[in-house]
Write a protein that binds this ligand. Structure first.
Ligand code: SAM
Ligand code: SF4
Length: 332
C-alpha cells in the first residue's frame, strides 16, 4: 500500500463525495427538471456494508472528508445507519457531512447528529415562495426553512446554505441571501449554474458570474476576504466587514475554474468512481469489490483510477459536451 492518493498532476485527493441514491423528491429545473427514472436498479446500488468497506479503504489512503449526497440522500432508507458506520472512521476521517434539500430535516435533524454527522449543507434557492416553487418544482419553502432551524437546534454547525444563482430566476435575491446569512448565522454558498442539468437547457447567458454575485452583495454589505488556505476549498470566502455573524462563499466553476486545486473524487450510488463532475468515463469499483478482489487489489484499482483524474474541466472550450450523467445521477 503506497499511502496517500495522488493524481498524475500531483494533486492529493482528500475529499470523497458518496452518492446514496439518484432518486429525488424535488424537480429543480437546473438539475432534474423532468424527473427521469433512476439509472441504478436496486441490486446495482452499493449496500451500506459496501460503502463502509470502500470508505475505510479510501480513508486509509488519505481521504479526510466524506460528504454524503445524491439525488436526495435522505430518501435512502435509514441513512443514520451509514452515518454511524462512517462515523466510526473518525478521527482518521476528519469530517463527515451531508448535502440535502432539507425536506426531511424538520423531523430528523436530531437523529443525524446523534448518528455522528458533523456538518450539513442545505440547498435553498429562493426566500420567496413562488420563486422557490418555480425553481424546485415543489411548494415547500416553509418546510425547508423549518429544516434549517431544526439542523441548528440539533447542533449541526456550521450550517451551509447552497443557492444556485440563475439569471432570470433568483439573481435579484443575492443580497437578501447575504442578509439571511447575517440574521441566521449561516454560511451562504452561492454557486454558478453549471451545464449538468438533465433538461440540457443550460446556456452561458443563464450563468450569473461569481464576480456579479459579489458585486450584488457589496451594494448592500461590505465584505472582507477570509485569509484561509484554499486547500480543497472550492469557494472564495468572505466575512462581513462589520463583523456580523455568518459567512459568504462564492463558488464559480464556470468563470473562475479551480481545477488546479481540486482534491475531490466521487462515488456514484451504483458504485462508479468519477474523477471529475465532468468526466466522460467512469470506473466500476462495485464490479471490482463484487468480483472478490482482495483489499490490496481494491487499493491498486483506486490508485490506478485516481492517476487518471482529468487535469481540468472543459466547460469553456468550444467542443465541450455535457457528460451523459447529470448532477442528480452523479452526486453533486
Ligand atoms: N438533493 C440534495 C440537494 O439538493 O442539496 C443533494 C444533491 S444536489 C445534486 C447537490 C447540490 O448541487 C445542490 O446544492 C444543488 O443546488 C447543486 N446543483 C444541482 N444542479 C446544479 C447545476 N446544474 N449547477 C450548479 N449546482 C447544481
Ligand atoms: Fe434533487 Fe438536489 Fe437535484 Fe434539486 S438539486 S433536483 S433537490 S438532487
Amino acid at each position: 500500500m503506497s499511502g496517500l492518493l495522488k493524481d498524475s498532476y500531483n494533486r492529493q485527493i482528500r475529499d470523497l463525495r458518496v452518492s446514496l441514491t439518484d432518486r429525488c423528491n424535488f424537480r429543480c429545473f437546473y438539475c432534474l427538471p423532468h424527473g427521469e427514472p433512476p439509472v441504478a436498479p436496486k441490486e446495482q446500488m452499493l449496500s451500506y456494508e459496501e460503502i463502509e468497506y470502500v470508505s475505510e479503504i479510501f480513508v486509509s489512503l488519505g481521504i479526510e472528508k466524506i460528504r454524503l449526497t445524491g439525488g436526495e440522500p435522505m430518501m435512502r432508507r435509514d441513512i443514520e445507519t451509514v452515518i454511524r458506520k462512517l462515523s466510526a472512521l473518525k478521527p482518521r476521517l476528519h469530517d463527515l457531512a451531508l448535502t440535502t434539500n432539507g425536506y426531511f430535516l424538520p423531523d430528523r435533524a436530531e437523529e443525524l447528529k446523534e448518528a455522528g454527522l458533523d456538518r450539513i449543507t442545505i440547498s435553498l434557492d429562493s426566500l420567496k415562495r413562488d420563486v422557490f416553487k418555480r425553481m424546485t418544482g415543489i411548494d415547500v419553502l416553509d418546510r425547508v426553512l423549518e429544516g434549517i432551524e431544526a439542523a441548528k437546534r440539533a447542533g449541526l454547525k456550521p450550517i451551509k446554505i447552497n443557492a444556485v444563482i440563475v439569471r432570470g430566476h433568483n439573481e435579484c435575491e443575492v443580497a437578501d441571501f447575504a442578509r439571511f446569512a447575517r440574521e441566521h448565522d449561516v454560511w451562504m454558498r452561492f454557486i454558478e449554474f453549471m451545464p449538468l442539468d438533465s433538461g440540457h437547457e443550460w446556456s452561458r447567458e443563464m450563468v450569473v458570474s461569481g464576480r456579479e454575485i459579489r458585486e450584488r452583495i457589496e451594494e448592500r454589505f461590505s465584505l472582507v476576504p477570509l485569509k484561509v488556505p484554499r486547500g480543497s476549498e472550492t469557494s472564495s470566502r468572505y466575512r462581513f466587514a462589520d463583523n456580523a455573524p455568518g459567512e459568504i462563499g462564492i463558488i464559480a466553476p464556470v468563470t473562475e475554474p479551480f481545477c488546479g486545486a481540486c482534491s475531490r473524487i466521487r462515488l456514484t450510488a451504483d458504485g462508479q468512481i468519477r474523477t471529475c463532475l465532468f468526466s466522460t468515463v467512469e470506473h466500476s469499483l462495485r464490479d471490482v469489490v463484487r468480483s472478490g478482489a482482495t483489499r490490496a487489489e481494491v487499493v491498486e484499482f483506486i490508485e490506478s483510477v485516481v492517476e487518471k483524474k482529468e487535469p481540468r474541466h472543459y466547460i469553456n472550450d468550444p467542443e465541450f459536451r455535457q457528460p451523459a450523467r447529470t448532477m442528480s445521477f452523479i452526486g453533486g
